[in-house]
Design a protein around this ligand. Sequence first.
Ligand SMILES: Cc1ncc(COP(=O)(O)O)c(C=O)c1O
Length: 446
Amino acid sequence: MASSPDHHINGDTKTHISKKPKLSQNFITAAEIAAEFSHHDPNVARINNGSFGSCPASLIEAQRRWQLKNLAQPDHFYVNELKKGIHRSRTIIKELINADHVDEVSLVDNATTAAAIVLQQTAWGFSESKFGKGDAVVMLHYAYGAVKKSIEAYVTRAGGYVIEVPLPFPLKSNDEIISEFKKALVIGKANGRRVRLAVIDHITSMPCVVIPVEELVKICREEDVDQIFVDAAHGIGCTDVDMKRIGADYYTSNLHKWFFCPPSIAFLYCRKSPKCPELHHPVVSHEYGNGLAIESASVGNRDYSPQLVVPSVLEFINRFEGGIEGIKKRNHETVVEMGQMLANAWGTHLGCPSEMCASMIMIGLPACLGILSENDTEELRIHLREKFGVEVPIYFRPPKNGEVESINGYCRISHQVYNKVDDYYKFRDAINQLVSEGFTCAQLSN
Ligand SMILES: Cc1ncc(COP(=O)(O)O)c(C=O)c1O
C-alpha cells in the first residue's frame, strides 16, 4: 500500500497539503487501489457506492490517528487541536466548492442533519409569524424519503403547504423537469401565497438523475422564491459543485458518499447575504449564537474524526490522475458504458440520457422478472445479495394507465474507483440466469 498521509496530519505540524492533483505519471496504481479497498467483502460485487460511499484503508488509518490523539490527551485535543483542525477542513472545502468565505461552510454529520438545520429555520418562519399560514414549500416528488419526512415534521406541522413537483420516469430531457417545476411554482403562488422555500435535489436518489439545479435556481429567483436549498447528498465527487455558478442559498453534500471520507460528514454551505436568516444547529451547546459553522464544530463530547481527515482525503484524491475531476469523469464514462452494456444484454433501456447522469445510472430490468411492487424490489434485492453476491438497489416504477408489459423495475448502478468490469458482468449474468430459469418475483413472496 502507498504511504499514507498521516504524518502530515498532525494538529500542530505545519502541514503542506497540495490542493492540486499530481501532474506526473506517478499516479496511484491498480494494485495500490486494490490494497486501499481490500477490506471490501471479496464475495460481493459492490455496485452501490451511492448508498453508503466507501473509505480507503489509508483514510481509515488517518481517522484512527485522530481518534487516538483525542484519547491520548483529551484536554489538549479539545483546547488546542479540534477547532484548528476543523477550520483547516472547512478551508479546503471552501476552495473546492468555490464559496466566497470559509464562514459559509459548516461541517455537520450528514445531509439529513443539514436538511433539519434548514427546515428548522423554515419552521421558525411559520411559528414566529414571519410566514403566513399556508405559504408554500416546493420539493421534487423524487426528494429523498428522509428529507420528505423532515419537511413533514418541520413545515407541514408548522402550517406550511407542501407542493411536490411530479417528474416522469424514464426521463428524456431537462425540459421535462423544468416545465414541471415551473408549473409547481404557479400552484405555489396561487391565491396570494408565497413560496418560502424550494428544496431541490442535485442528484435524486431513486430513481437517480442529475437535476438541472442552475436553471431551477434561476427560475426560483425570477419567481421570487424566498430561499433555495439544494440537497446534494451525492454532490461532491460525483457532479460539478460550484456555489457561485449554482447560486443557491443553502447547499449540502455528504463527503462520505463520493469523497472517500469515513462516515459520517457533510458540508452545509450557507450563502452570506443579509437576506439569509441565521441558521442554528439543532443540537444546542456552548457555542450557540456564534454562527452555524462554530456551533456545528461544538455539539458536545463526541467523535469529530471524520471532520478532521479532510486534508488526508485531499491527498488521497490527488494521487489519481486529474484529482477529483479525473475521478468524476472516469466514473461517469464507465458507469454509462456499463449501463449500456447491461441494457443491451437484457434488451432494456437506460432511465435517462447519459448526460443526465453522473456516477450512477438507472437501467431497466427485464419485464419478465415480474416486478410489480416495492416489496418485489426489496425481495429481489435481497435475493441478488444472498444468492448471487450482488449489491444493487432497485426502483419500482408504477405502471401508467393502459401500459402493458412495461418495464417497472429499474436498477441503479454506481461506479467508483474500486469497481471492476467483472462486478457488472456478475450482475448481468445473475439477471440472465434468473430470466433463463423462468424466475419471477412472485416466487420470492410465496
Ligand atoms: C438525495 C439524498 N438526500 C439525502 C440523503 C441522506 O443522506 P445521509 O443518510 O447521509 O444523511 C440521501 C442518501 O442517500 C440522498 O440520496
